[in-house]
Design a protein. Structure first.
Length: 615
């Protein structure tokens, strides 16, 4: 949890580094435990351990302080009753090697400092509060100052005094208002849970169980174990039930939400409830204590499995989603729109035939619940809708509209119709041939609302675009190489702006050694390998000598999949499965960098990158 909170590390990454510190470097004790206590027979060895740690420069001062002042909190730290199979994670006293990787050194330092801090006395803070009144309005300010360092000498924390706090000449005193600044803010929803929050929820899952017997049974164990919880999170991610955002937050995917929804409708939602674990733990505890028969316990499990299988086998989509209450009228025909498992569809659509109108529950990477879908259907748009995720795994808010083809589309952030009508013409629009490219203060844009060509901003990546560059972009489909773009991280980069089907794309110059020349080349077989779907559009995949690539298209969809992975050729039929189903395998005969064979599943993610997955 600390790795997630402090450094945005995933739970598995933190556990893997801890395992390396334990197995390879012998710097910490067994890490796969949630125990926070030590056995009493380790009291003398802890004194020896602190002596060894004093030889390491980073901790010598704190170790000398403990040697001079003695250890505090010993009754809390040494407790045989609270030691499980393994005691708390502590350093071993071995000296870290000079070549210890930075993340491992970071985690080792954190473990060692928490160990030493646990034997220091409490830290004491002085909290101050100032109250000012003006015209019967009461204004308050607070500050905290560290008075006695205690354990905070080992793990420092800065004072929280506001700038210019100073010392009052007298109390009360008269002051003057130097300036007034009004900040308008909106309340925000609670942030998404990160790995630390999920681990805590799994550990304390018993708190949400109503049955007292089951709650008691799971209260000391939670869901999973310290050794398996991180793997549970990673498994949910690998199966696309949740995804990890760039911020470190964990987000349920449309696939995951749909799974829980279907389980509730069948209904076998007890599968997703911690009460199931609590009930099983309660029965197991009874078996251990001799108050519950083991054969009866196994019979209960068999009955549950049989009941679940029969329920899942027997369900029909039509019964799960009965056409009781329509969302509204179909904009294509005179039918009604109803909820289904995968989408909200017209009643005249039967298994893909008939009226084509549908709002997919998984649209642009966002799950559309029935309330949002109803608003979108009846209003034709939804403003400022949150929950979309871009290719950098960052959440964003956007307004959506239903276009002339009745498909979901992001509302263009370009100039308004009024701005375009008053603007000067640059050229006739080469895309629609019915409109004109107009020049506004912020964009070059076509004044034909039906045109597929998106507006071109006059400022892109902190660079002012020139008129001749805009002309070339619209007429020739691309600019020349532009060298002074600035990335979000403040770094300059060079790229062309390319007009692909009306959408702006960056095209980067080839690297001096992009590795393509080193890839094996194969004979090219003509014809379509498979069909790749993205953003509701489909493009054929064809072969090149080194890659499977998306054929030229006007949707702006690009895809390149190497024909060689880990010294193994990806066959044509394997690529078809990969692009159409999102994964293929397990496949054998991959060769690692160390020359060892291995098997893996290839997974195609939403960004078009192929990753190895090991189940």
């Amino acid at each position: 949890r600390h790795g997630s909170n402090l450094w945005r590390w995933s739970a598995k990454y933190t556990l893997d580094i801890a395992q390396t510190l334990y197995e390879e470097y012998k710097l910490i004790t067994y890490p796969r435990t949630d125990s926070r206590h030590l056995p009493t027979d380790m009291r003398d060895s802890i004194d020896e351990l602190i002596t060894e740690l004093s030889k390491q420069d980073d901790y010598s001062e704190h170790c000398r302080r403990l040697a001079d002042d003695g250890l505090t909190n010993t009754a809390r730290n040494f407790n045989d009753a609270k030691v499980s199979d393994h005691y708390a994670v502590i350093p071993t006293g071995n000296n870290p090697p000079a070549n210890l990787p930075a993340p491992a050194r970071q985690l080792y330092d954190h473990i060692t400092r928490r160990f030493l801090a646990s034997f220091h006395p409490h830290a004491t803070w002085l909290d101050a509060k100032r109250v000012a009144t003006k015209n019967e309005q009461i204004l308050t300010a607070k500050a905290s100052t560290l008075e006695v360092a205690g354990w905070r000498a080992v793990i420092p924390k800065p004072n929280s005094s506001p700038e210019g706090w100073g010392v009052l000449a007298e109390t009360p005193c008269i002051g003057e208002i130097a300036a007034i600044e009004v900040q308008q803010k909106q309340t925000k929803p609670a942030p998404r849970m990160k790995d630390a929050g999920v681990l805590s929820a799994m550990e304390n899952a018993g708190k949400i169980i109503d049955d007292e017997e089951f709650r008691e049974a799971i209260s000391e164990k939670g869901l999973g174990t310290p050794a398996t919880r991180a793997d549970h999170i990673e498994k949910l991610i690998s199966h696309s039930y949740i995804e990890r955002l760039k911020s470190g937050g964990l987000r349920a995917t449309a696939k995951g939400i749909r799974l829980i929804e279907v389980l509730r409708r069948i209904p076998v939602n007890w599968l997703s409830s911690p009460e199931l674990t609590g009930e099983m733990e309660s029965r197991l505890s009874g078996v251990q204590q001799g108050t519950f028969d083991s054969a009866e316990y196994m019979m209960e499990i068999n009955h549950k499995v049989i009941a679940m299988v029969e329920s899942v086998k027997g369900y029909e989509s039509d019964t799960l989603y009965p056409h009781d209450q329509p969302l509204g009228d179909c904009p294509v025909c005179d039918g009604k729109v109803y909820e289904g498992m995968l989408n909200y569809h017209c009643q005249h659509n039967k298994r893909g035939k008939g009226c084509p109108f549908a709002i997919w529950k998984d649209s642009r990477g966002r799950y559309f619940d029935i309330i949002t879908a109803t608003r979108f259907l009846n209003d034709g748009k939804v403003d400022d809708l949150h929950g979309f995720v871009n290719r950098s795994s960052e959440e964003f808010t956007a307004s959506i509209i239903r276009n002339d083809d009745h498909k979901l589309e992001f509302l263009s952030q370009g100039p308004s119709k009024e701005e375009l009508s008053a603007a000067e013409e640059l050229i006739g629009c080469p895309t629609c041939e019915g409109g004109s490219i107009k020049v506004t203060d912020t964009h070059w844009a076509c004044d034909n609302g039906a045109c597929k060509s998106k507006p071109l901003a006059r400022n892109i990546c902190k660079r002012e675009m020139q008129t001749d560059e805009a002309l070339r972009y619209f007429t020739e489909g691309e600019t020349e190489l532009i060298e002074d773009f600035i990335s979000k991280r403040g770094k300059p980069f060079t790229a062309k702006l390319v007009n692909r089907g009306g959408r702006l794309k960056f095209e980067f110059p080839p690297r001096q050694n992009n590795g393509r020349s080193n890839l094996p080349q194969y004979e090219v077989t003509e014809g379509v390998v498979g069909t790749y779907s993205q953003r509701g559009s489909k493009v054929p995949i064809i072969e090149s000598a080194t890659h499977f690539i998306a054929a030229d298209n006007d949707q702006g969809i690009e895809l390149e999949i190497p024909r060689t992975f880990a010294k193994r050729e990806l066959l044509r039929d394997e690529c078809k499965t990969l692009v159409e189903q999102g994964k293929v395998g397990p496949l054998d005969d991959f060769i690692s960098k160390k020359g060892k064979p291995f098997s893996a599943i290839l997974v195609l993610n939403r960004s078009g990158n192929v990753k190895f997955r090991f189940d």
